[in-house]
Design a protein around this ligand. Structure first.
Ligand SMILES: Nc1ncnc2c1ncn2[C@@H]1O[C@H](COP(=O)(O)OP(=O)(O)OP(=O)(O)O)[C@@H](O)[C@H]1O
Length: 575
């Protein structure tokens, strides 16, 4: 946790001012019981009203000044803790944004969300309370003992007995509770995961009548989380009553022995009142300190989880070498590429070799799970290859920056995602410099203009979160328009025509290929009709290339392609 707080350096001045204010506040609180003692010993015992009024006014002034310091300190603490957590959220977000898909797979989306939100809130909470207590609790407890000592040294023996007992109780309880806090945050991750899956997959859940079982799944995890939370609270809950009991016993002893000492003439009544007030201050400081110890383990578990993100280096990083300008444009070459997902038993792609260039359409076809998406994702360097290499324009993609590599590519993923905003904003997402003409042209080619014109606001129609207010096919067409507006060297269409009807599919591909004659096009598809006219068709099976050629060649000599074709086309279509 201390490592995390290194980032507090920029708040050194507000922290120093806060600490100074809190020291003043603590000293003023420590002084008040002594004034009370003087009022009783001198003012009341000697019936000196003038003295009582004078000291009473002094007391009010000191208390008011102490409170003012406390208010300013609270403001500075809130500013520091909120500023620090905002900075931390930014750092975590920036780090997560730099992650490759490896790290996303490693942490999981739900955990990344909890770490960026709830874990950082735990840190803010410990700062809000901890900064104050770090200064006040030691000064108040040690100062109170010292002041009590000045009032009656013999009676202070009670503190010497009580404080080690208190310390041991806190230590034992903390040791028992500590391990549960890390577990609680992990369970919160699982809770978020189920919640997220339920919200995203609500249609599937409803359609499959799984509401009941999903509810049970959520309840199980929720119960697990709350039972751990109850367990921790049960352990921690014993802390306060025990501390209060011990401190009340201490006060009874003070009153008991103090009374005896007054009778014997060793102590004045005012001093005993002050002594009791100091004992109360010790008690409240110790209780506040124990509250810090209650929040601390959870914050410490959260700090570990945040540090895990901050200390993780993205597996895919840009090389520091200066980039050489491309001599060629739109050339892609796979040289004996093998790739496995982390933890997978066998490679998703084996020894893949092929090349393509501008003006060429390369189609990738194969059964589900044969590695089609993996192959095209490797071109975008979402993952790095295990062996072999991928060259774009004759340069190994590991020797170029991810930004410049992706600038050359217009990519439409299998699952199109749109962002909340207007249709034109969503298309322009592909190219900020695109003007209205570019947007219209991209939409035309993507066969999106017709449905956009039917919308009330046209290109200014608002798309709701995740594109919920448009159909799957319309979403795919907007995603295609978003790639087209980039006018890149390379297009990658990952099975993104699947939600289109036959006519739109044909129209779209015709318009698309007309507009991309200068570019390199890679089309992933499961439909033979979508790949028939490609310049080369790569047939994938279990991550291996089992055939490369044009439709007619493969139809003649490739058994797997023949199987795919005969499962989809009629005899007339094949001929
Ligand atoms: N993030 C991942 N982590 C681990 N394994 C993965 C991951 N993504 C895909 N795989 C595995 O890699 C293999 C190839 O998957 P890929 O998505 O490339 O297939 P595909 O041919 O595109 O399938 P589909 O047509 O169904 O989209 C599959 O066995 C899949 O389970």
């Amino acid at each position: 946790m201390l490592k995390l707080f290194n980032g507090l350096k920029q708040y050194t001045i507000p922290i120093i001012i806060t600490f100074t204010l809190l020291i003043i506040r603590s000293l003023s609180d420590l002084y008040l019981p002594t004034i009370t003692a003087d009022i009783v010993n001198i003012g009341i015992v000697e019936s000196d009203t003038q003295y009582i009024l004078k000291m009473g006014g002094f007391m009010i002034a000191i208390a008011a000044f102490g409170s003012l310091c406390s208010i300013i300190a609270s403001y500075l603490i809130a500013k520091t803790s909120n500023g620090f957590s905002e900075k931390l959220r930014d750092e975590v977000f920036t780090k997560v944004a730099s992650f490759s898909l490896h790290e996303f797979d490693q942490f999981g989306t739900a955990s990344l969300i909890t770490r960026t939100t709830n874990d950082i809130t735990q840190i803010r909470m410990i700062m809000d309370f901890g900064l104050r207590m770090m200064v006040m609790a030691p000064i108040m407890s040690l100062g109170s003992v010292a002041m009590a000592f000045s009032k009656d040294a013999t009676l202070t023996i009670i503190f010497i007995v009580i404080i080690p007992i208190l310390g041991s109780v806190v230590y034992i309880i903390m040791r028992k509770g500590l391990p549960f806090f890390g577990a609680m945050q992990k369970k919160l991750d699982s809770l978020n995961l189920v919640l997220r899956e339920n919200l995203i997959g609500i249609q599937v859940i409803r359609a499959s009548n799984r509401d009941h079982s999903e509810k049970e799944r959520f309840e199980d995890i929720n119960k697990d989380y709350s039972s751990t939370s109850i367990r921790v609270n049960r352990i921690m809950g014993t802390l306060m009553p025990l501390v209060t009991l011990i401190m009340n016993l201490a006060i009874i002893s003070i009153v008991w022995f103090g009374g005896i000492r007054i009778n014997l003439g060793y102590m004045q009544v005012g001093d005993l009142i002050a002594f009791i007030q100091y004992a109360m201050l010790v008690m409240t400081s110790v209780m506040a300190f124990t509250r810090v110890f209650i929040i601390l383990p959870r914050a410490s578990a959260s700090a570990t989880r945040i540090n895990e993100i901050l200390n993780t280096e993205a597996k895919i990083k840009d090389t520091l070498e200066l980039e050489k300008p491309d001599k060629k444009h739109g050339y892609i070459e796979f040289k004996d590429v093998t790739f496995s997902y982390p933890g997978a038993e066998c490679p998703a792609l084996h020894n893949i070799s092929f090349s393509t260039g501008p003006g060429e359409i390369t189609a990738i076809i194969g059964g589900t799970g044969s590695g089609k998406s993996t192959l095209v994702n490797l071109i975008l360097r979402f993952y790095d290859v295990d062996s072999g290499c991928i060259l774009v324009n004759d340069i190994d993609i590991r020797n170029t920056t991810q930004e410049s590599l992706r600038k050359k590519i217009g990519y439409v993923p299998q699952k199109s995602s749109l962002f909340s905003g207007t249709i034109s904003e969503n298309i322009k997402y592909g190219n900020d410099n695109g003007n209205l003409d570019d947007i219209i042209q991209a939409a035309d080619t993507a066969q999106a203009s017709e449905f956009i014109s039917l919308m009330k606001e046209g290109f200014d129609s608002v798309i709701s979160q995740g594109g919920k207010n448009i159909s799957g096919g319309q979403k795919q067409r907007l995603a295609i328009a978003r790639a087209l507006i980039r006018k890149p060297e390379i297009y990658i269409f990952d099975d993104c025509f699947s939600a289109l009807d036959y006519k739109t599919d044909v129209n779209l591909r015709t318009a698309l290929y007309k507009n991309t004659t200068q570019s390199t096009v890679l089309v992933v598809s499961q439909r033979v009709n979508s790949v028939k006219e490609a310049d080369q068709i790569i047939v994938l099976e279990s991550g291996k290339i089992v055939g490369i050629g044009v439709h007619s060649e493969l139809l003649e000599n490739n058994e797997i392609y023949q199987e795919i074709v005969s499962s989809q086309l009629t005899k007339e279509e094949i001929a």
